[in-house]
Design a protein around this ligand. Structure first.
Ligand code: HEC
Ligand code: HEC
Length: 248
C-alpha cells in the first residue's frame, strides 16, 4: 500500500489546488468579460480566448442553423460578419462599445419577436424587440404598374439598367418608401430598412425577386435570446460578432 509521505501529500495538495483554481478563474474571467470594453478584451489574450470559446459554442448551438456556421447568412437571413447592418449600427459610432450595444440589443430582444406574454406586448410585438415591416403593397391596393415603377427605381438606384420613365414616376412617389429606406435609398437603421443602393441583397437582386418583395412584403424575425442565454454568452456573442464584422 502506498504510504502518504510528505512529498506525496504536497503533490496531493498541489493537484487539489490546481483542480479548484480553474473554477475560480472561470468565474473571474466571466466577471471580467461582462465589464470589459471591446478594446480591453482585445488587449487581454486570456480574456479573448475565453470569450471566443464561449461565443463559438453558442454560435454553433444556437445561431448557425439560420445564420450559417461562418455567420454569412442565407436568403432572408443576414450575413452578420460583413459590417452591413440592418439594425442600429450605422458605421458612424465613435466607439466600438456603441456598436456592440446596438448588436447586443438585437441579440437580447430579437427582431419582430412575438414570443412573450400578451399583456407585455406593444403593437403586437414584444418590448424592445426590433420592429418595423416591409409592407405588402399588393394588399395595400397598389396597382401592378405602380409596383413595376418602384421595381425599376430600385434597380436604378442600385446601378442597374432600368426603364427611365418608370424611374421618374417612382421618384416622385419615393416618400412612400423613404421612411424606412431613407431619402436616397441608403436604408434607415432604426427601422431595419435595408440599403437598396448597394449590392447586398437579403432576398435576391433580380427584377423578379425585387418585384416580389415589394408586392408581397417581408417580416423575417430573429428570436430574442434574453430568455434563453445568460449575460456572459450575450456579451461574448455581441463582441465576437462585432469583431468578426470588422475583420479582426
Ligand atoms: C430561426 C432563425 C434564426 C436564428 C436561430 C438566429 N437568427 Fe439572428 N436573424 C434571423 C433573421 C431572419 C434575421 C433578420 C431579421 C430582419 O429581417 O431584420 C436575423 C437578424 C439578426 C441580427 C441583426 C443583423 C443586422 O444586420 O442588423 C443579429 C445581430 C442576429 N440575428 C444575431 C443572432 C445570434 C447571435 C443568434 C444566435 C444566438 C441568432 N441571430 C439566431 C434569424 C435567426
Ligand atoms: C415601414 C417600413 C418600410 C417601408 C415604408 C418600405 N419598406 Fe422596403 N423594407 C423594409 C424592411 C424592414 C425590409 C427588410 C424586411 C425583412 O428583413 O424582413 C425591406 C426590404 C425591402 C426590399 C428588399 C431588400 C433586400 O435586400 O432584399 C426592397 C426591394 C424594398 N424593401 C423596397 C421598398 C420599396 C420600393 C418601398 C416603397 C414602395 C418600400 N420598400 C417601403 C421596410 C420598409
Amino acid at each position: 500500500m502506498a504510504r502518504l509521505t510528505l512529498p506525496r501529500i504536497s503533490l496531493l495538495i498541489l493537484v487539489t489546488l490546481l483542480s479548484i483554481n480553474p473554477a475560480f478563474s472561470q468565474s473571474d474571467l466571466n466577471e471580467a468579460l461582462l465589464l470589459a470594453s471591446p478594446g480591453a478584451i482585445a488587449a487581454n489574450p486570456e480574456l479573448s480566448a475565453h470569450m471566443n470559446t464561449i461565443a463559438e459554442a453558442v454560435i454553433s448551438e444556437h445561431c448557425a442553423a439560420c445564420h450559417g456556421t461562418d455567420l454569412t447568412g442565407q436568403t432572408g437571413v443576414p450575413n452578420l460578419v460583413d459590417f452591413d447592418w440592418l439594425w442600429g449600427v450605422t458605421g458612424f459610432e465613435m466607439t466600438a462599445t456603441e456598436a456592440v450595444m446596438e448588436i447586443m440589443q438585437t441579440i437580447l430582444y430579437g427582431v419582430r419577436d412575438t414570443d412573450c406574454p400578451e399583456e407585455s406586448k406593444r403593437y403586437g410585438a414584444c418590448p424592445d424587440t426590433r420592429f418595423s415591416e416591409m409592407p405588402a403593397y399588393t394588399s395595400l391596393d397598389f396597382s401592378q404598374s405602380k409596383i413595376n415603377d418602384f421595381t425599376e427605381y430600385v434597380l436604378f438606384i442600385s446601378g442597374r439598367d432600368a426603364d427611365e420613365k418608370a424611374v421618374v414616376r417612382a421618384q416622385n412617389d419615393w416618400e412612400i418608401c423613404s421612411e424606412c429606406h431613407g431619402d436616397d435609398g441608403y436604408g434607415y437603421k432604426p427601422f431595419g430598412g435595408p440599403d437598396l443602393t448597394d449590392d447586398i441583397w437579403l432576398f435576391g437582386d433580380s427584377r423578379e425577386q425585387i418585384l416580389d418583395v415589394i408586392s408581397n412584403g417581408r417580416t423575417e424575425s430573429c428570436p430574442a435570446w434574453s430568455t434563453r442565454l445568460d449575460m456572459v454568452s450575450i456579451k461574448a456573442l455581441s463582441v465576437t460578432i462585432y469583431n468578426r464584422s470588422m475583420g479582426y
